[in-house]
Ligand binder design. Structure first.
Ligand SMILES: *Cc1c(COP(=O)(O)O)cnc(C)c1O
Length: 470
């Protein structure tokens, strides 16, 4: 499989090079040159198969000849052995024609483990093969950082630097990151918002000399390997529902547009999908864009679902590339407008294509809390605030259009105990694997929102010049 950049001016690369690069050198995001096909008979053959078997079938065409299939199968098995159930992503019925897809059974209790556990193993293998060392730099609104650190801590060939917005991630999220004491882990609290952190990472990547010197790589959801890994559970959940319920809609708590874009990929491959429902909190840039055709970031508001407190949805660029007819120059022009004017306008045909497949619902704080309370009262089932945004959006969508809906549950309620308790009075029980983290001591540095200072910090701490193993 070859990959092309959404801005059309970077070299085509194979899977492993795309994974090691993160962002393309022209500032764009990599997407597969063609969409592999999951034919009806393939889906038929996968009915009843284990998560890891479905994963192999979905992922092998994206990986192509870079990794022999038997080795890929081993990496997949190893990655998902860290989960607390062999189902990996079980479905839980919450009402008529409505299910929650529990994506929080991994080591850090958030859906990002699903991609990150696999990514770390894929990267390790690719680096060992090349006798190379990498410096991973990432921005986190809360869960990515924890999942990335958990996956990469102690790995020989990788140093990992994670920026989080100071005071804007939950206590649990921060402790999951800062309790790692391995010398290859660096946590930095930035005086700013998540979008500031993301902008810092982007400017480091755009400094090509620095990027090469430190061998910088990204693990944010701009990394194609993550999107690919997330495509799998759209397929497994559809298979678990069974054909009687096809095509189902998926309601996805959305921030950076990565998780829901994985659903778009599943549909592109041939999975019957009715609608992809963008569930946003009060940071509703995507809901506004679908309504008006104008993409226009506003100030970020802090909500009870902090992993979605985002106004620049990076992966939306991948969808823009698709609806522009894969026109890199058009995407480049939209991004230039955004940089210069702080906004861009979709063409009518582009907007129409997006609306054909996507819907969007904005859920405010009161409705989020009420949804947690209603579900808890009805069945005793506790959901976290991100999932609650998804459930509320699913209920609206079902009210308007009907049909089966799968809600992606992106975090375990114990990651957001205060918000859950405020909403319904119940305190989510803390799983053992989380409890151990909450009592460990913390280690992190605080820095201003200053790219120069950050670059110096990286140059001082990254071991990229050293031989692997040194
Ligand atoms: C990251 C995250 C999201 C948003 O996912 P995107 O891929 O950025 O849209 C939603 N919920 C939780 C709990 C998350 O950690």
């Amino acid at each position: 499989m070859r990959y092309v950049s959404t801005r059309g001016r970077a070299d085509e690369l194979g899977f492993e090079e795309v994974m090691l690069a993160g962002l393309a050198r022209d500032g764009g995001l990599y997407v597969p040159k063609t969409w592999p096909v999951l034919a009806d008979k393939d889906l038929e053959a996968l009915a009843g198969a284990a998560y890891t078997e479905v994963a192999l079938a979905v992922l092998a065409p994206f990986v192509g000849s870079d990794i022999p299939e038997s080795e890929l199968a081993e990496l997949i098995k190893d990655a998902y052995a860290t989960f607390d159930t062999p189902e990996v992503a079980p479905l839980h019925e919450i009402g008529p024609d409505m299910w929650v897809l529990e994506l929080f059974h991994g080591p850090t209790l958030a859906f990002k483990d699903i991609a990150m556990q696999l990514l770390a193993r894929l990267m390790d293998r690719a680096l060992a093969k090349r006798n190379r060392r990498l410096t991973i730099i990432g921005a986190t609104s809360g869960d990515t950082g924890g999942a990335a650190i958990e996956a990469f801590r102690g790995r020989e060939a990788v140093d990992i630097f994670i920026l989080h917005p100071k005071g804007r991630v939950s206590d649990v999220q921060r402790r999951q990151m800062t309790s790692a004491d391995e010398p290859n882990v660096f946590n930095i609290a930035i005086e700013g918002t998540f979008d500031d952190c993301q902008a810092l990472v982007k400017s480091l990547f755009n400094d090509l000399a620095l990027r090469d010197r430190l061998s910088l790589a990204g693990v944010n959801s701009i990394n194609w390997a993550r999107i690919m890994a997330q495509t799998v559970y759209y397929v497994t959940s559809a298979l678990a529902l069974g054909r009687d319920h096809w095509p189902a809609s998926f309601a996805v708590p959305t921030g950076n547009f990565g998780d829901i874009f994985a659903g778009y990929v599943a549909a592109k491959m041939g999975l019957p999908v009715s609608r992809l429902v963008i569930a946003t909190n009060e940071n509703d840039i995507l809901a506004r864009t679908l309504k008006t055709g104008r993409y226009e970031p506003q100030g970020v508001r802090a909500t009870s679902s902090p992993s979605m407190d985002i106004q620049v949805s990076s992966n939306f660029e991948r969808l823009l590339f698709e609806v522009s007819g894969r026109d890199g120059r058009r995407v480049q022009a939209m991004m230039e407008d955004l940089g210069r004017d702080g906004t861009f306008e979709l063409a009518p045909s582009e907007l129409e294509q997006i609306r054909r497949q996507f819907r969007a619902h904005r859920i405010d704080e009161a409705e989020t809390a009420a949804t947690i309370a209603i579900l808890h009262e009805a069945s005793g089932y506790l959901i976290d605030p991100h999932t609650a945004v998804g459930v509320a959006a699913a209920l609206r969508e079902q009210g308007e259009e009907g049909g089966p809906v799968v809600v992606l549950s992106t975090a375990h309620p114990a990651k957001f105990p205060d918000a859950v308790q405020r909403a319904c009075g119940a305190v989510p029980p803390v799983p053992d694997r989380l409890a151990a983290r909450l009592s460990a001591s913390e280690r992190y540095d605080v820095m201003a929102n200053d790219v120069g200072a950050l670059a110096r910090y990286l140059e001082d701490h990254a071991r990229v010049g050293a031989e692997p193993g040194a």
